[in-house]
Structures are given as C-alpha cells and as structure tokens.
Design a protein. Structure first.
Length: 306
C-alpha cells in the first residue's frame, strides 16, 4: 500500500490530502470498520447478561443508520483522518523519506493526531462546561480512535495521490463492500459458533425454590426476604423516585419466550423479578423504568441465611 510522502510542492500535497478523493475513501474505510465493530459488539452481547435486541430489526434500521452515520464519518475524517495523513506527509517530507518506504509515517502520526484532537476537545469542553471528563475516558478513547484512524488514513493516502475519479470511486466501492462482506462473514461465523457452543451464549441460572428462599440484599440497605411458606417481605428497595417495602407472597413462573424464571412479589414492591448472574453467584433484579434502557436494581443472596 502506498502511503508515502509523495512528490511535488507542500501546497500541492496539502490540496491532495484535503481533496474529495481522500475524504470519500476515508469515510468508506470508517464505514467498513463500523460495520465490523457493530457485528462484533452484537455477538459479544449474546455472551453477556443484558438485552441483545432484535437482530432482524437491524436489517431495517441499518439503511437509516448508514445515512445518519455519514455526518459522524465526515467529522471523524476531517478532525482525525486527514490531520493524520497531513502530519505523516510533513514528517516524511522533513525526514527525506519518499515513496513506499514512507507509509509508516502515516501510521506513526495517528497517535499524535488523535492526542491533539482529544486535547482540543478537552480544552473546548472545559471552556464550555467547566469539566473535561474522567481521565480514564481519554485513556481508553486514545488507543481505540488510533486503531480506527490508521487503516482509514492509509487508504486515504492512496486516494490522495491522484488516482483519478474513476479509480477513486472504484476504490471507495471496494473498501465499503469489503467491509460489508467482512462483517457478513463475521456474523455467519459468529452465529455458527453460538449454535455449536464454541461461543458460549449467556444463560441465566435456573434456580429452584430451595435456592431462592433466603434474604437478598441490594448493597444499599434494601432487602428482600423470600420464605419457604411462600410469603415475602421487602424493606427499603428502590423504585423510580421512591423506596418501597411491604409484605406479600412470591411464586415462580416461566416466560414462554426465553424460559427465564420470574418471581412476583405482592405488596408495595409488586412487579416482575428476573434471574441473573451465574450459577455460582445468582442475582435477582427488576427494572427501574423502561427495560430497554437496562436500568436494573440488583440483589444478591445473603450467604449463610435461609
């Protein structure tokens, strides 16, 4: 892949870097990366406790997401990819590296370009809101954004060398379609791995009545006591905008959709309760607000109490 400093004047190189060719190919590369990452995140979600979402719904949402994602892709291209390419070309020019041997200058420039963009973001955020955000967020975003920028910048460098309109369009289509095929292959392999058990899908623990009986605590003073005679007592449990407590009854039931166990507690804290956690460390939880937002109130069983 040629991502070298190129030839010609500095002004000519700047025009090449900030040309429509580089922007188009860069956005196609970011789109390809986004599709692969999205498939990976969805597959990972099947192995973790939490909502996965309707996979088939993605077929209808994806076209809209691609259109809406054009603006973020353009922003990332202008603020990260093209500055990386420009910095790499300047470094290659100053160092006297030319041609194919200079491709690594673009890759080496990515961490510095990303760090500069994040510094500008932090300063602007501090001026506008008075806060720059947790340092851990920047430490995590820096390598993630760098990894995303490098392939996009290398491909943009190819387009910036004056490949011609027809070849640029062909390169753009190749990159985008290659990303789609890679994401599709990941999805097919991932589904196969889930179906065969090579990729273990998350399954909630299947608790019987004996394992449910006892005191469950939320870690902030709230308790739920499930007794063997079917009665229940709740004290200080959170609910939207308030805390609840009371006595009542509990029973087991199964959802027809996913075979999860459900605990119903009567009284002030009446609602749907779900099994979570693992077999070794099971949890009970209920949703605070919209279940799609995955805001849960989680209780763990008190050890040594029945």
């Amino acid at each position: 892949m040629t991502a070298g400093a190129g030839t010609g004047s500095a002004a000519g190189q700047i025009r090449d870097v900030w040309s429509g060719r580089a922007v188009l190919v860069s956005m196609a590369a970011l789109l390809a990366e986004a599709m692969c990452v999205t498939v990976g995140v969805v597959l990972y979600g099947f192995t973790q406790e939490g909502p996965v979402g309707n996979v088939f719904l993605a077929a209808f949402v994806l076209p809209v997401a691609l259109v809406l994602g054009a603006l973020p892709g353009l922003v990332l291209t202008v603020t990260l990819v093209l500055p990386t390419l420009m910095l790499g070309r300047l470094a290659a020019r100053w160092g006297g590296w030319q041609g194919r041997a200079a491709w690594w200058c673009t890759a080496a420039a990515a961490p510095f370009a990303v760090a500069g963009a994040m510094l500008v973001h932090g300063v602007c955020s501090a001026l506008l809101t008075g806060s720059v955000g947790p340092p851990l967020v920047y430490l995590v975003c820096w390598p993630v954004l760098t990894a995303a920028v490098v392939p996009a910048a290398l491909l943009a460098a190819v387009a910036a060398r004056g490949t011609g309109t027809r070849r640029t369009v062909r390169l753009t289509v190749t990159v985008a379609s290659g990303g789609f095929l890679a994401a599709l292959a990941m999805g097919v392999l991932g589904v196969g791995a889930l179906a065969t058990g090579l990729l273990p899908a998350y399954e909630p623990p299947k608790l019987d009545r004996a394992r449910l009986v006892g005191v469950w605590r939320d870690g902030s003073g709230g308790t739920l006591e499930l007794r063997s005679d079917g009665t229940a007592a709740a004290r200080g449990l959170s609910k939207p905008g308030d805390r609840c407590g009371g006595v009542g009854s509990w029973a087991l039931d199964r959802f027809t959709a996913d075979e999860r166990l459900e605990v119903e507690v009567d009284g002030d804290c009446r609602g749907q309760w779900f099994m979570g956690g693992t077999e070794k460390r099971p949890t009970l939880y209920y949703f605070l607000g919209d279940p799609d937002e995955w805001h849960r109130h989680v209780l763990t069983r008190q050890v040594g109490r029945s």
